[in-house]
Design a protein around this ligand. Structure first.
Ligand code: GTP
Length: 248
């Protein structure tokens, strides 16, 4: 089946790398992800990834426990760099050329974030992993995903999660929770649905960038989203179909 999107930004939470371990990085889980990514690259898409760090350090949690928020967030950003290097390693084991760009300069470890260079890498068929969030405290990696997606002209943000979409309530706790197939940005903000934080959603809304929330653990799910199959929950403006129109 043909692909629906050409350039895609995949948001992977740090927790997605820890598998069932509860902390850190699970090699089998990272390898599974690398295989899934290899599969979709064969469709000719350009793929950028923003990775979180919650499997190693949760800045928000630490600030709730009394740590200064900015320090806690910087520690979280460093955690994303560890994850980015792990994912790069797994992808390269599968022969996928990958570049890591960090929003916090760490030049012995990774390239610094340069938008035009990131786009060139994508055009050359390399996966680009954006690490260290936006480089600023008080911004989540979801907001970094929205920002980078806009900067590189992505067609869509694919937000990989542990559940198969957005529900009206927590499906684990509430048996009456229903899954939404589509939502508008305004729905998400008004209902306070936990798709992404409100800064990230607002950024997507202002720039009409669609988001698909889907289960990253399911085999073949990344491919299904790119083929335009109806899985997960599509978040978009009220009058569009989810395919971003733009010139490239
Ligand atoms: P082209 O310019 O298209 O050839 O891209 P390229 O990434 O292959 O070339 P470049 O010479 O820029 O990079 C070669 C390798 O060095 C790649 O693996 C880059 O990720 C890496 N690299 C480039 N700049 C830096 C940097 O500032 N720090 C680190 N740690 N690695 C870098």
């Amino acid at each position: 089946m043909a692909r629906t999107y050409k350039r895609v930004l995949l948001k992977v939470s740090g927790e997605a790398l820890m598998g069932d371990k509860g902390y850190g990085i699970d090699a089998h889980t990272v390898d599974f992800m690398a295989r899934e990514i290899k599969d979709v690259l064969s469709m000719g898409i350009q793929l950028a990834i923003v990775i979180g760090g919650g499997n190693i350090f949760r800045g928000v949690q630490a600030s709730l426990e009394g740590m200064e928020r900015a320090s806690a967030d910087y520690m979280g950003m460093v955690a994303t760099i560890i994850n980015a290097l792990a994912l790069q390693n797994a992808l390269e084991k599968h022969g996928i050329p990958t570049r890591v760009q960090s929003a916090i300069e760490m030049k012995e470890l990774a390239e610094s974030y340069i938008r035009r260079k990131a786009v060139r890498h994508l055009e050359k068929g390399r996966v680009v992993i954006f690490a260290a969030g936006t480089g600023n405290p008080y911004f989540t990696t979801d907001t970094a995903a929205a920002l980078r997606a806009m900067e590189i002209g992505a067609d869509i943000i694919m937000k990989g999660t542990k559940v198969d979409g957005v529900y009206s309530a927590d499906p684990v706790k509430d048996p009456h929770a229903v899954k939404y197939n589509t939502l508008t940005y305004i729905d998400v903000l008004k209902k306070g649905l936990r798709v992404m934080d409100s800064t990230a959603i607002s950024l997507c809304m202002d720039n009409n960038l669609p988001i698909v929330v889907f289960n990253l653990k399911g085999k073949g799910n990344i491919r299904k989203v790119i083929e335009g199959k109806k899985i997960g929950t599509l978040v978009r403006g009220s009058n569009d179909t989810g395919a971003k129109k733009k010139n490239r």
